[in-house]
Write a protein of this length. Structure first.
Length: 56
């Protein structure tokens, strides 16, 4: 399957591989899930480090 790369919710910048980001998500009800990237892609929104630092 092809997915769009994750983007920052503030500046719409594409998140690069190995880039530090902040994710907003709900704590999962279930325990023992293994596909963290799939879970993040489906449940999280991302904020790039620059936007997070500017909000402080």
């Amino acid at each position: 399957m092809l997915w769009d790369p994750p983007k920052c919710i503030n500046c719409d910048k594409e998140i690069e591989k190995n880039e530090q980001v902040y994710a907003k998500l709900r704590y999962p009800k279930r325990k023992g899930f293994t596909e963290i990237k799939a879970y993040l892609r489906n449940e999280a929104v991302f904020i790039c480090e620059n936007c997070f630092d500017n909000k402080k």
